[in-house]
Structures are given as C-alpha cells and as structure tokens.
Design a binder for this molecule. Structure first.
Ligand code: ADP
Ligand code: DP6
Ligand code: CO
Length: 361
C-alpha cells in the first residue's frame, strides 16, 4: 500500500446542495433498495445556500469505518450507510500518488477503513431535505476518493440507497427521479431535465418556520402511508404520472402559471396523503397554513401566479417567486406579516442581496 510508512492519509472534500421536490416522492415499493412507487421532479438549490460539506479520508492507521455528523459521532451500522459504502468500494479503482509514494490497489480499498466528517449548514431532519444533500455528498465524496469512474446516473442509483431524495441532488437545475421497473433498481436513477441556467428568473426563498427535528421521519411517514392510505395509491397510479408529463412541459416552456399550479397542488396532495395516513401525520403547522392562504390570495389578487409554495415533510415553506422583483416583494411581505422571532422564522435563508434591493436590510 504505502511504500515507506503507514502514517499517510488521503482525503477528499465535497459539497452538495439540497433539492426540493415539486412533484413529490412519497412511498417505496422496495424498502431496502429504496425504490419509489412514482417518478418525482425536483429543483436543486444553489450550492452556496443550503448544503452539506463532507470530508472522507482513508489511512492504514484507521481501525474501523467511522462517521461524525455535525460534530457528533453517529453509527454507520445501518443498512443505508453500509449499502452506499459497499457499492462504492465495489467500483473502486487504483489510486497512485507518486510524489508521496502511495499506491492503493482495487483490493486495498476493500481493506482500508474510512473516516467521514459531514456538516449541514441548515437544520438536520427538519424537513429541509438534509438526507438528500447528505447522502448525495457522501456518495460523491467516496466515489472521488476511491476513483470510481461511473457516470452521475450510476452514482445517483447508489445515493438513492442512502435516501431516495438524494439521487436528485447529484445534478443541478431541474431533475427527475425515474422510478424504473427493474427489481435490482439499476434503472431507478436521476436524470437532469434542464440545467440551472434554463430558468434562472426563478428565485427560491425558504421560510424557516421551525428548525426543530420532525417527529415522524420521512422514512417512517411514507411507510405508514403505503400501509394505510388509499389516497396514496390513487395518487401514485392515477395522478402523478399525468402531473409528471405536465410538469416536464411547464419546465421546458418556462410556463410559470402551470409550474406554480402543479407545484402547489402536488404539495397539498402530499400533505392530504399524510392526513389520510393512520394515525394521521401533521407536518405543517398553523404558520404553514397561513403562508399558503397568503400566497393563494396574492396570486388570486394579481390574476396571474406570482409565487409557488411547496412543503416537504415539515412546516418550512419553500417559496418560488417568478422573478427577482416578485421575490423582493415576497420577502417584504413575509417580514411584515410574519416578523422574525414573533411568528415565522428568525431568519430567511437565501440570496441576501434581494433583501437589500427590496430596501429591507
Ligand atoms: P430531512 O427532511 O432533513 O431529509 P430525514 O428524516 O429524511 O430528514 O433524514 C434525516 C436523516 O438523514 C438524519 O437522521 C441522518 O441519518 C441523515 N443525514 C442528514 N444529514 C446527513 C449528512 N450530512 N450525511 C449523512 N447522512 C445525513
Ligand atoms: C417529502 O428521501 O427523505 O421530501 O428515501 O426514506 O430517505 P427516504 O426519504 P426521503 O423522503 C423525501 C420525501 C419528501 C419528498 C421528496 O423529496 O420528493
Ligand atoms: Co429526507
């Protein structure tokens, strides 16, 4: 392995953004491989805002695989971490650093232990898709470290085994997770529908209603919905396939009216499925409902859609404004109706220059 000493360390750092689904994934047909019951579409956020940074390292001095998440050691024994590590190790190829006299063969990668340190710059497990940014980043960083030569589609199928939504975070812009139909899951991968440049008028603002950890994780919530909600089965078979086609069209044509309608209705149906689950799951709270009513009224008043809203498995609002000017107005109104520390969030994550342009900061 090392020609002279065993004190060496090889490490790689990667950064991945989170993504927010506009047509939601909710429900698995295979729990171990993480195969979904419907296609989903998301938008990847700007990597400078909500993101995960992960450093992975190998050294002959490491005694076991270990991981620290936000500075606290966590167990890697769960099947999600184990599956990602195994899949990446199987695809590892030779590494050589002549200057340092380090050579790691394909077989060596199977014997060396990894240490992983990961940080989310936003609340973990609070419905802002930390599992998406987290597993995308982990798989990408491990792939780089272990010289994996596969394309992003193949890496997305590995990230999917960490957390379903993670497969979509390997690409920027608009991304579709194709559910696939193979039992091995090899065709259940993410594909990019359009790059971030395609529709760069859109501005995404996240109103952090609560950064508390949610009571029901996405994994548990969707398992219970699959077992008990009849609405979910109607949704996955009858509703989503049509919405996917319409959403792809809206994105291709930059048609904000259709995009907004589909995004809001799909979020509302997902939360209706949560209510249709036994026992019911409440991810949104009063403030989330007030934000929905407010945006609906605003759009109605204007006569054309200005802002779309969507909520993942938590109370935090993801608001998509049709352009920067509207985003400025939206921020002003949010801060007026939901002043920080009083009702809504204590902070708004996003492009702070919009605040200045709106004369708020
Ligand atoms: P969220 O809405 O934030 O995605 P989930 O319940 O889906 O919440 O997932 C939270 C879980 O994702 C965490 O408990 C942890 O297991 C995993 N996770 C979060 N951040 C990371 C990370 N940076 N690296 C690896 N795993 C992570
Ligand atoms: C509501 O990907 O977090 O955000 O696959 O069990 O890890 P697991 O669940 P996760 O679920 C995300 C659900 C959602 C919708 C979405 O992102 O499509
Ligand atoms: Co998640």
């Amino acid at each position: 392995m090392a020609e002279e000493s065993s004190n060496w360390i090889v490490m790689v750092t990667a950064k991945s953004p989170t993504n927010i689904a506009v047509i939601k994934y909710w429900g698995k047909r295979d729990e171990t491989l993480i195969l979904p019951i419907n296609d989903s579409i998301s938008v990847t956020l700007d990597p400078d805002h909500l993101c995960t940074t992960t450093t992975v390292a190998v050294s002959p001095a490491f005694q076991s695989d270990r991981m620290w998440l936000n500075g606290k050691e966590i167990s890697l024994s769960g099947h999600r971490y184990q599956n990602c590590l195994r899949e990446i190790r199987q695809r590892a190829s030779e590494y050589e650093d002549e200057k340092r006299g380090i050579r790691i063969s394909k077989e060596d990668w199977g014997k060396l232990h990894v240490h992983i340190a990961s940080y989310n710059n936003f609340p973990t497990a609070a419905g802002l898709a930390s599992s998406a940014a987290g597993f995308a980043c982990l798989v990408f960083a491990l792939g780089k470290l272990m010289q994996v030569k596969e394309d992003l589609g193949a890496l997305s199928a590995i990230a999917r085994q960490g957390s379903g939504s993670a497969c979509r975070s390997l690409y920027g812009g608009f991304v579709k997770w194709v559910m696939g139909n193979d039992v091995t899951g090899k065709d259940s991968i993410a594909v990019q529908l359009a790059s971030e440049k395609h529709w760069d008028d859109l501005v995404i603002i996240i109103a952090v209603v609560s950064s508390r950890q949610k009571e029901t994780s996405s994994t548990t919530g969707m398992r219970e919905s699959v077992e008990t909600s009849t609405l979910l089965h109607h949704r996955s078979k009858e509703v989503v396939p049509k919405r996917i086609v319409q959403m792809e069209e809206a994105i291709a044509n930059r048609d904000f009216a259709s995009f907004s309608k589909l995004t809001c209705t799909d979020s509302n149906q997902f939360h209706a499925v949560c209510l249709d689950t036994c026992p019911p799951i409440f991810y949104m709270n009063d403030t989330s409902h007030k934000i929905i009513s407010y945006v609906e009224k605003w759009n109605q008043y204007e006569g054309t859609a200005q802002v779309a809203y969507t909520f993942d498995a938590g109370p935090n609002a993801v608001l998509i404004a049709r352009d920067r000017k509207t985003a400025g107005h939206l921020l002003q109104r949010l801060l007026f109706y939901f002043p920080p520390n009083v009702d809504l969030s204590s902070y708004v994550l996003g492009d702070k220059s919009i605040l200045q342009e709106a004369g708020v900061e």
